[in-house]
Design a protein around this ligand. Sequence first.
Ligand SMILES: [Zn+2]
Length: 122
Amino acid sequence: MLDFPTRQIRAIKNLLLKQQKEVEQNIEEIEKDDPAKDKVLAESSEPGTDSYIADIHTKSLVILDSLKRISLSIRSALLKIRKGTYGKCERCSKQIEALRLWAMPTARYCLSCSKIKEKLSN
Ligand SMILES: [Zn+2]
């Protein structure tokens, strides 16, 4: 039985939509600023330039990877809101603590399950 209030779900949904917009804007900006996307720069024969570009490109990819992961978790939280299963722990099916959801709207597990998960992955 899920007892996360509808009014709070609506506020969380707005929060998630706002976060998703920000993350997508960040992804766009990083993709745009990636010097490896610019062929003229990438073909430059200036010494040291290539490794500099490769370095920035690698860093961009790492940031993009984590941003895309955040974007996916936001999308899956929004999907759960639509399905009416938002706030349900994916491990024990209990209600995730409201405070935890406010702190981390994309949380998939309740506090005790996330602790168990942490122990298992260590
Ligand atoms: Zn749980």
